[in-house]
Each structure stands twice: as C-alpha cells, then as structure tokens.
Design a protein around this ligand. Structure first.
Ligand code: NOJ
Length: 737
C-alpha cells in the first residue's frame, strides 16, 4: 500500500482530536487562560536547548517521494520551531506534528509556513495586477480563499503579503508587490492581512500573515536581486516603511527580514529597523523570520565574519527565526555561554514565537483535519473571486477609434485571427510564485475565445512566434492567416519565470522576436489588438504605434483567458488602472509618479525621447466615459485638529455601465523637507451605470493626510498651503495655526 495512504489512514483517527485539558495539567495547556500567562508558564519550563530549537526553521516535503518520506521526517529534530511545508496534503504535516507533540518533553507544536503569494491552488492574478483592480475588498476575499486552502492543507502561516515599494521594472520581484506607491502598498497590505488572518487566527480557514521583505528590498540597485540598496533614512520613512506600519497596525503576526543591504546595514542584521522601529516604536509583539539563508548571507555581505558571528549579529539585531540558515541551531548556545547573546534576548525571541503559536490555536488543534482536495481546492466561490479579480485587474491601455469591444455582427462575416506565444501556454498565465497551481487548472485562452465568440465570429488560431529567440519560421504562414482576418488578436508578453525571485531583465521591452512579429503582422493591413500577459511594467514605445488597441491582462492565474475574452467581446467593461508606471524605454528607470521635484522642471530632459512615461500610474481606459464635476472642500481653511471632506461627482456619460476609480492626491508646494508634486492619500472604486452619477468623498484628517515624516520618522504638520487634487483639478486648502 502506498505510504501516503498509510499515513493518511493513521491520521484520520486523530484529525479532529483536540488536546485534552484538565486541572492537573500545566498552565500552558489550559486554553482558557490568557495567551501571555500560557507563554510565561511554558517559557519557565523550557531548557536553553529547547528554546533555541524554537528559533529555527527547516523545510519539509520537497523531494519527499513516497520512498523517503519517513527518512526525511526523522532527520528533523522533533522540537524544531517551524518548517516550510512544501506538500499540499495534511498527512505529512500531521506525521511531523505528531513527533513534536508526542516525542518532545513539552509537546510544543510546530508552525508550518509556505509561500502562499497569490493563491494556494486557486491561483489569483499576480499582486502587481491585483493592485490595478483598486478593489481592496476583492483582494481581501482572494487572500481569505488562499488562507482557507492553505490552512486546510496543513499550512498555518503564509510568507505574504510582499509590500516592497518597487520602481524598477527590471527587478523581477516587482510582480510580487503592489507597485510603486507607498499608500497603495499600505492599502492592499491591510486588505491582504485582513483576508489571511480574519478576526480569529484559531479558525480552521485562516493563516498568520508575514510582511516582507523588511525593508527596502525594492530599491535593489540596477534592478538586480539580492544586492545593495542605497536608502537614506528620509526615504526609508517616506517610501519604504509606511506599508509595514500599516500592516503591523492591521495585526500582521510576523515580518520577514530582507536580503538587501540598507546603506551599509543589511536588513537581516539591522537593529534600527527590526528592533528600534518594529518592536520599540510600533510595539510589534510577533516575530521576525529571516529570508531564506539571509543569516549566513551576512557573511557574503561583509556584515559578519563567520556563521557564529552572523548568528550573533542577526539575533541581537532583532531577528527571531533563522529560515534555513542553520546558524542559530549551531551557535546560539555557545553565544549565550560566551555572554554575547543574553538570556533575556533568547526569552524575548521564544516568547514572540510561542505567542503566535498560541494565537493560532496550535496547542489545542495541532493537527490538520484530512479533507479531500475537492473539499478545499478550486471551489466554485473561490474560482468566482479569481475571475472577478482578474476582470477588474485588466487595464485597457489603448483603444484607437473604439476598435474594442469587438462586438462582431453576423457570425459568418467576421473573422478573427488569434496569434502569439501565449496561446497554448497555460502555465505562463499562472505567473511566478504560483503555489500549488497547475497548468491544467487554467482556463485556456483558445477555449475562452471560442465560447465567448461562439456563433458570432470565425476564429483562426496560429501561434506565429515564440516568446524569445530568433525563430521567425512561422511568420510567413501567420501573415497568410492575418490576411484572411478582419482583426488580429496578438497574445504576447512574458513567461511566468521571467519575473519573481532571481528573475532580472536588463530591458523591459518586448523581446525582439515578438516586436518583429507585430511589425510583420502589420503588413496584413488589419487592425491589431495586442493583449499582454506579463509580470512587470513593459516599455512599449516601439510596438505601440503598430497597435490599434492594447490590453494589459497581466498574469491572471486560473481564470486564464476568460476575463480577457469578456473584455474583448464587451461582456466586461475594463476598469483597471495602472499601479505602476509604464516607461517609454528601459533607460527611463527609475520612473514613478511621486518623484521629488526638479530644480528646473522644464530642463534636464532626455534628448532622444520624451521624458514622460508612455502610460502613467493610475492610467486606464474604459468603454464608457466618465465626466467629473467640480472638486469641492467642505472647508478651505482648518486647524491641524479639524477634519474636512473633499467631494466630487462622477457621471457615466457613455452608453454602457462601468466602474471608476477616483484617486485622491495631495500636494504641498513648500515644505521644510521637499515633497513630490503629488502623493496618493485615498482611492475609491465604484460601479456607475450608464447615465448615473456617483459621489466620491475623501475625509481628510490633516494629521493623517497632510503631515509628513522626518528622517527619524517623527510626524510634523506645517501650517500653510496645501492642494487636494483629482484628475486635472486642484483646490487649495489652508492649514492655520
Ligand atoms: C526567498 C524569498 O525571497 C522569500 O520571498 C520567500 O518567502 C522565501 N524564499 C521562502 O520561500
């Protein structure tokens, strides 16, 4: 009999078993007591060796084929603090957890973590795309679904959300966060933490969140991975810390330290960020886990002499759990004995980890009930959230002459040629960090189009060109097909592994072969609709003039081609707006909307191209038109403590229903620390039916929305002139003494 099945049946018996409690049992086993009391009691019983084991994380599941399952488990110390869990069924976890519960003196459960980044099995659009939906509620729903699938599969803790503000499209990890703006990252961070954690971490469908990568990883020089970042304290506070502060306030249980060197002090050895800010100022009482091997990597970075030194530096800086670095388990005991690491710090670190384990209810429910895949994965409601989110992420970048929606009339007369490397490439539509997602779960583009246009058009499919390389052998036959069609749909972009960790590109233009293919198809003289799936902003200047319409569908996850098919036919009115600037050329990087002001705004430009982006942050078209009323303020002069309301009406003056996102910006023309031309402070998306008017409001709290931070994170609000801005309008607001 298959070993997995044996383990499965063994654990069916105790899957719903809760640890019994009676009066004789130690306090930490009494679920009715407050968490702090239980933590203190347990800590008081632990030896140094047991404490140190809690501070380590290994892995479980990868390469665990049926023949070596047992061995792999046996190699792991039963009293280890945590494991990264690569399996997608609870059995292996339960087998390991049984060792922790039954073969250790105190029975401290393990916490199992995993990268549930944009879905576990039901894969959602990549995070960069999610932010283009401007729908925090949909993102919260998506994270809640991911949490349910994960927890029911044996995962208690996700290494998500990634909230690294990123302004360099070459950096592959830009796909994993919510774009270039601190406020946007903060808003989606809160939504995501709420979705993962809910109100009760003990619930069988929630997981603990982990804010990463703390901090400034997105500032990686030249877009390369794992490298140096030059971040002044001012920029740290202005740009990189705000999403973390928001996530901590929302209750995120854990934080992951980053790989990058922050102006001379690596994130994983940084006392200022991990202890002074996170714990002392923000009062975070959960724990910091290192990124994978980030502790020993302090040696490569030149911040530690050897692995023992690395353990000392990282641990004393405020990093509680060593992910796969094997420095803490080897050296912490010696460091304590030598007096360079204090027992007080050990106790503080262990206390933080135990706290999270108690909050997750692991002492009472250490095992994951065994449920069939169909009871947890790809449930209709989970797929519905994915589809809705993927629809709302789609950004219509160009629509010359209203070529879209296609609305073909007369089935026999309209012929659509569908081409490009993304046809038959379901895996690519999952994006990077796709958890346990499978290509066969993805709705194929061809199928989606066939269904969408059934009886309304003839579809001619032809791959035409590869993702990259120089194979143009199909160009000629593709041109023949293009000549028979009324309109061309070109599905192009990136493979799923062109973005994500360690996936850096030196240019963000489409690969030459794809650009050449578009130019070749232009020879057919038919309208071209370019549909893009990619994991980063692209520089599209060379192909944009060849295309009548451009649709950014991003990497949508399991809904695959269905949402974009709806956009092409007009069933779905696109409502996404960019969460990241699309430059004209790679050479413009870094380019982002909230750059600090120039001394000579009209000069210092590029000589060879316009210095403006091709598509700016917040840009996105709709099939309808929205007319904005006049922007008004309830008061034009207030004191620092007085609140006011800004308001604007938006009317759908077009023929179809739609949804509009209003972005509320502020600006401060003169400040003791210079500010950007505009800064996002609020956004709201509302559906607006054809002919309908909706009111959008921004409740302004000057202390929250008009104050800034100095280089030490101290907030200040200066009296004087500010502007509230929406679209092309701005109104003055005075803050008086
Ligand atoms: C390295 C990545 O940087 C991080 O994002 C991830 O959570 C860990 N590996 C664990 O897989």
């Amino acid at each position: 009999m298959d070993k997995r099945k044996i383990i499965g049946s063994l654990f069916m018996g105790f899957a719903f078993f809760s640890v019994a409690v009676n009066a004789q049992q130690p306090l930490y086993k009494n679920a009715t007591l407050p968490v702090e009391e239980r933590v203190n009691d347990l800590l008081g019983r632990m030896t140094l060796e047991e404490k140190i084991l809690q501070l380590n994380q290994y892995t479980l599941g990868r390469n665990n084929n049926e023949n070596n399952l047992g061995e792999a488990i046996k190699q792991i110390p039963a009293g280890i603090g945590s494991l990264i869990y690569f399996d997608e069924t609870p059995e292996l976890r339960n087998a390991m957890q049984k060792r922790a519960m039954e073969e250790t003196r105190l029975g401290i459960p393990l916490i199992f973590g995993y990268d549930v980044i944009h879905g576990f099995r039901t894969v959602y659009p990549i995070s960069l795309a999610q932010a283009c939906s401007w729908s925090t509620s949909l993102v919260e729903d998506a994270c809640a679904t991911a949490a349910m699938e994960a927890r029911k599969s044996g995962v208690d803790w996700t290494f998500s959300p990634m909230i690294d503000v990123a302004r360099d499209g070459r950096w592959g990890r830009i796909s994993e966060g919510y774009g270039e703006d601190p406020y946007t990252n903060a808003a989606f961070c809160v939504a995501s933490v709420n979705g993962y954690q809910g109100d009760d971490l003990k619930s069988s469908d929630r997981v603990a969140a982990c804010l990463k990568h703390y901090v400034g990883y997105g500032a990686s020089e030249a877009g390369m991975d794992y490298v140096y970042t030059e971040i002044s304290n001012q920029t740290l506070w202005d740009t990189y810390l705000p999403p973390y502060e928001a996530g901590i306030k929302a209750g995120a249980q854990t934080v992951m330290s980053s790989f990058n060197d922050i102006s001379g002090t690596p994130g994983s050895g940084n006392h200022y960020t991990m202890t002074e800010i996170l714990k002392n100022r923000w009062k975070h009482d959960g724990f910091v886990v290192s990124d994978w091997s980030a502790v020993p990597q302090l040696i490569a970075q030149g911040a530690a002499a050897d692995s023992k030194d690395a353990a000392r530096v990282a641990f004393n800086a405020g990093l509680e759990m060593d992910m796969m670095g094997r420095c803490y388990d080897k050296h912490l005991e010696t460091l304590v004995k030598e007096g360079t690491v204090s027992m007080e710090r050990i106790d503080d670190a262990v206390r933080r980890i135990l706290r999270v384990k108690f909050r997750l209810g692991l002492f009472e429910n250490p095992y994951t009930p065994v449920a069939k895949p169909e009871e947890r994965f790809l449930l209709p409601q989970s797929k519905a959230v994915a589809e809705r989110l993927a629809e709302e992420c789609i950004v219509l970048l160009k629509n010359e002459g209203g070529i879209l929606p296609l609305q073909p009339e007369g089935a026999s007369t309209t012929t659509i040629a569908v081409m490009g490397p993304l046809l038959d490439a379901e895996k690519e539509l999952l994006g990077n960090w796709n958890g346990h997602g499978r290509a066969e779960d993805v709705y194929p583009i061809k199928k989606a189009l066939q269904e969408e246009f059934a009886g309304r058009a003839n579809l001619l499919f032809h791959a035409g060109c590869p993702f990259d390389g120089d194979d143009e052998s199909q160009f000629a036959s593709a041109l023949e097909v293009a000549r028979q069609a009324d309109v061309l749909l070109l599905f192009m972009g990136e493979r799923h592994n062109w973005s994500g960790e360690n996936c850096v590109r030196s240019t963000i233009e489409l690969p030459d072969v794809q650009s050449a293919f578009i130019a070749e198809m232009k020879k057919a003289g038919k309208p071209i609709v370019l549909i893009l799936a990619n994991g980063r902003p692209l520089a599209l200047s060379n192909v944009e003039p060849l295309c009548d319409a451009i649709v950014e569908m991003w990497q949508p996850g399991v809904p695959g081609g269905k949402p974009v098919a709806g956009v092409l036919s007009g069933r779905v009115n696109p409502s996404g707006k960019l969460s990241v600037t699309f430059p004209r050329a790679t050479g413009q990087i870094p380019i982002y909307y909230n750059r600090r002001k120039s001394a000579r705004p009209e000069s210092g430009k590029y000589q060879d191209i316009p210095s403006t982006p091709l598509y700016e942050f917040g840009y996105g078209l709709s099939y309808t038109h929205f007319a904005y009323g006049d922007l008004s303020l309830s008061k034009s002069s207030v004191s620092a403590g007085e609140k006011l309301v800004a308001q604007i009406s938006v009317t759908n003056v077009g023929k179809c229903d739609g949804a509009e996102t209003v972005h509320w910006f502020i600006s401060d023309p003169a400040c003791r620390i210079t500010r950007p031309n505009k800064e996002l402070k609020h956004f709201e998306k509302q559906p607006i039916k054809a002919g309908e008017t909706k009111i959008f409001r921004f409740e302004i709290d000057p202390m929250r929305d008009l104050s800034f931070v100095d280089a030490d994170g101290q907030h200040f609000l200066e009296p004087g002139e500010y502007y509230v801005m929406v679209g092309g309008q701005k109104v003055k607001l005075e803050i008086h003494e």
